[in-house]
Write a protein that binds this ligand. Structure first.
Ligand SMILES: Nc1ncnc2c1ncn2[C@@H]1O[C@H](COP(=O)(O)OP(=O)(O)O)[C@@H](O)[C@H]1O
Ligand SMILES: [Mg+2]
Length: 115
């Protein structure tokens, strides 16, 4: 069974999409088969895919959009890893169904340097 990892935060701009895509790139470079499931209606991961394609450097893994009902479906490809990019959600744990792994990304706060 594929490994599922959800990238979540209650906020936008917290590096969810960047982390999911970078993680996908790292796993792919290690020879793993990966698909990224873009469940954010604003489609950030899908935008990256389109931009990479347009620039002649297509992403080396599948990115596809999915709605909340599809979030737990098995991979649509032969991927061993399903990385789920999410919109900001109040309860990130609501994504933790198939996903045994949940990555809560966060950007450093300016005050984090002196706390
Ligand atoms: N490690 C990082 N260093 C610097 N900028 C980053 C980093 N991770 C993300 N960003 C930038 O932060 C912004 C928000 O990232 P994004 O992944 O789109 O957040 P989210 O998906 O949580 O809304 C983007 O402009 C992205 O380029
Ligand atoms: Mg995003």
């Amino acid at each position: 069974m594929a490994h599922f990892i959800t990238f979540a935060n209650t906020k936008g701009g917290a590096a969810k999409t960047t982390s999911a895509l970078m993680f996908a790139g790292i796993l792919t470079a290690r020879g793993e088969k990966v698909e990224v499931r873009d469940t954010d209606p604003s489609g950030g991961a899908t935008d990256w895919k389109k931009m990479a394609q347009k620039n002649g450097t297509p992403l080396p893994f599948l990115v596809h959009s999915a709605n909340m009902k599809e979030v737990d479906e098995p991979p649509v490809s032969d991927a061993d890893w399903v990385l789920i990019d999410t919109p900001p959600v109040r309860k990130p744990r609501s994504f933790k169904r198939q996903s045994r792994r949940l990555i809560l990304s966060s950007s450093p706060h300016s005050q984090a340097n002196w706390t």
